[in-house]
Ligand binder design. Structure first.
Ligand SMILES: NC(=O)c1ccc[n+]([C@@H]2O[C@H](COP(=O)([O-])OP(=O)(O)OC[C@H]3O[C@@H](n4cnc5c(N)ncnc54)[C@H](O)[C@@H]3O)[C@@H](O)[C@H]2O)c1
Length: 317
């Protein structure tokens, strides 16, 4: 699969390094589907990359992913050069000639993985426009509304191009663990009284999400509401940025409930994960779903991606 990446941050670092490691060692640790839709995790070839920081533009993708402020750990001492030179990306909505330039640089890519910061919907839509012109599938990993924009989704469907989004549900992150616990509580017949989650992290993603009030909070609520959780009793605390945590995320989930005869039950869970790994474990599947659908000319949203996303089409913006 020929894949272009937008944003050369921690998530792309985890993806590029993990695929290189899988190819070199055959390790399947953290790979949910060794083969998905007939495509292997190692069948991903990066063909273009876009960044905005001058340090990364002009560098080989394999070198650029290791540059600060990225702080995802180095997974392997051997990271072969990719042969992909990082290009200058679009900023803001981009004028027509810039979108056309990026569409030209995307030429030949089957899938565009959009992994720039969340909270910049105009930029996200400008890249989606460029991908549409280039005839590529688009995956929006940010919490900005792209797949939830019905007009854009219709245009992708009409062109036979997949559009997957919005916002990843990390492979084993706070949303899926919190949601699983709430579902278990309901399945076992307990009554939810109240619940909250707190997320702390030290990545640029966290810094951005703390500093710019944006679309992430609603997206996290969408992930919990998707399966019928009592949204009015579940709260998501504002994110906390603690630089010394680097790419580790620490989450605290609390659930207060009532059991037989109104007796209390309390659950507290502490989750510690590398946030970019949670994204890579999902991106490797979304890319293969998108590439497979593209080859079959199945355009628009793909229902099979729903469990990998926090805010699919139809959820709140
Ligand atoms: N588990 C997770 O990490 C997770 C889960 C769900 C969603 N996401 C989302 O995935 C996205 C990527 O996360 P990350 O941790 O890699 O973030 P990051 O901040 O490390 O990387 C984003 C990169 O995009 C670059 N960039 C900024 N503007 C750009 C533009 N206009 N064009 C091209 N590049 C641009 C930044 O310089 C940075 O290098 C974020 O939007 C995040 O909210 C992450």
């Amino acid at each position: 699969m020929k894949v272009a990446v937008v944003g050369v941050g921690n998530n792309v670092s985890a993806l590029v390094q993990g695929i290189a490691m899988h190819r070199a060692t055959g390790s399947l640790v953290g790979i949910r589907h060794p083969v998905l839709d007939g495509l292997g995790a190692g069948d991903i070839d990066f063909t273009a990359a876009f960044a905005t920081s001058p340090e990364k533009i002009g560098r080989d993708l394999s070198e650029a992913v290791l540059l600060p402020p990225n702080n995802f750990p180095r997974l392997t001492s051997e990271l072969p050069l990719s042969g992909v030179t990082v290009c200058r990306g679009l900023t803001g909505p981009g004028d027509a000639s810039e979108v056309e330039r990026v569409a030209g640089e995307l030429s030949g890519a089957e899938v565009v993985l959009y992994a720039a910061p969340s909270g910049r919907p105009e930029t996200a839509r400008a890249y989606a426009e460029a991908a549409l012109r280039a005839g590529a599938a688009f995956i929006n990993t940010t919490s900005d509304a792209v797949a939830r924009d019905p007009r854009l989704l219709d245009r992708y469907a009409a062109a036979g191009l997949p559009l997957l989004g919005d916002d990843l549900a990390s492979q084993f992150g706070t949303s899926v663990v919190h949601h699983a616990l709430l579902r278990l509580l309901a399945e076992r017949g307990l009554t939810l009284s109240s619940s909250y989650q707190v997320n702390l992290g030290g990545t640029e993603d966290f810094r951005n999400l703390v500093e710019n009030s944006n679309t992430k909070h609603q997206s996290k609520l969408n992930a919990l509401a998707a399966h019928g959780s009592a949204a009015d009793r579940v709260q998501v605390a504002p994110l906390g940025y603690l630089p010394h945590l680097k790419s580790q995320k620490v989450a605290h989930i609390n659930i207060e409930a009532q059991a037989w005869g109104g007796t209390p039950v309390s659950v507290d869970v502490k989750l510690k994960v590398h946030d970019p790994s949670g994204a890579a474990g999902v991106n490797v599947d979304l890319i293969r779903m998108a590439a497979n659908a593209l080859r079959q000319r199945r355009g628009g949203y793909l229902a099979e991606a729903a469990q990998l996303l926090k805010s699919p089409p139809g959820t709140a913006v």
